[in-house]
Design a protein around this ligand. Structure first.
Ligand code: ASP
Length: 331
């Protein structure tokens, strides 16, 4: 019989490591205060399913996750995955930007070993805390042969999501994590069951490797609304960004009074990407705006925060608009 899988759990903070004074208040609590050892001590059952070791890499709410944090985490995971005696990685993480960190890892790690990012909506001190079971399930998923080759995964509320698709959609619900095409599978009665695999390139089949990335160009996001001021676009374009994701209304519509500002930004050398603030769906090239004429890009179906990461990575290796556009269709 095979030995138990060796899973390294990396603590980075978040609500899963939080503590509140009241067990019935799930919003008023201190985030990122429990060490990863304390968090793991809440699930002694994990030792029956895996050989678990833990390390505290950072202790921050994920709303603070910068490019530097992404690179630090990615490089540490890369080092661990290269060790033959490690079978999988679990990252405990705040839920606010869990979808961004997971997507970054999904695109840059060079391994088929499972990497699972997990958080919780309620702190461990609350009634019906979701962290213990989420973490137990994440360790289970990371230790399963069936999770190999599926890219980075996000486990929450008994569901296994692909990092490419998952988005945090609610400020408080346990079923906050949604993928527009559904989860890849579920954790049922203590074992992962998969029903789908990611169709787009990830990990071993991407053009990026975390160990070759030491910095990334900055890309900004501008959130559209009917009364948007063109000055916001001008200010973003002048802030040193190499790209600007325009989180447009609907299917990528751009208010007539800001088209000029986006064109000005493009002339300054800033890549413009039409995305959508709706949270799901495709933006069609040359439909709502003449992208070829303006030399603008469109997302495929990537939400603005994931489009930003994808463009940052793409700009690090490609300069031609056609290649940058292609990345949105490939990943
Ligand atoms: N502010 C927290 C974070 O993202 C919220 C959470 O973990 O759910 O780190």
């Amino acid at each position: 019989m095979k030995d138990k899988a060796h899973i390294v759990v990396i603590g980075t903070g978040g609500t899963i490591a939080g503590r509140g004074a009241s067990s019935v208040n799930t919003s008023d609590y201190a985030c990122s205060v429990l060490s990863i050892d304390e968090v793991l001590s809440g699930i002694p059952q994990a030792h029956a399913i895996a050989r678990v070791s833990a390390e505290q890499l950072m202790q921050i709410g994920s709303e603070n996750f910068s490019t530097t944090h992404l690179l630090t985490l990615g490089k540490r995971i890369d080092t661990l995955l290269k060790q033959d005696d490690i079978d999988g990685i679990v990252v405990t993480h705040g839920t606010d930007t869990i979808d961004e960190t997971a997507y970054f890892l999904h695109l840059t790690l060079k391994s088929s070993k499972p990497v699972v990012v997990v958080g919780s909506m309620r702190p461990p001190s609350s009634l019906s805390a979701d962290g213990p079971l989420n973490l137990y399930n994440a360790i289970l998923v990371a230790g399963s042969e069936t999770s190999h080759g599926k890219g980075t995964l996000v486990v929450a509320n008994d569901e296994i999501h692909s990092a490419r698709d998952v988005v945090k959609t609610s400020t408080f619900k346990l079923e906050s994590f949604r993928s527009p095409y559904g989860p890849l599978g579920y954790v049922v009665e203590g074992s992962p069951r998969y029903y789908r695999t990611p169709a787009r390139r990830h990990t071993l089949s991407t053009q990026w490797s975390i160990d070759a990335i030491d910095e990334l160009p900055e890309v900004g996001i501008v959130y559209a609304h009917g009364g948007i001021d063109a000055a916001v676009i001008d200010a973003t374009a002048q802030s040193g960004v190499r790209g600007l994701i325009y989180a447009a209304t609907g299917n990528g519509n751009v208010a007539a009074h800001v088209v000029g500002a986006l064109q000005r930004a493009r002339r300054r050398g800033v890549q413009i990407v039409r995305a959508s603030r709706t949270g799901s769906g495709i933006v069609i090239r040359n439909a709502a705006q003449p992208d070829d004429e303006y030399d603008w890009l469109v997302v495929d179906d990537q939400v603005p925060q994931k489009a930003r990461l994808l463009l940052m990575l793409s700009l690090g290796s490609e300069q031609r608009s056609a290649d940058l556009q292609d990345a949105f269709y490939r990943y």
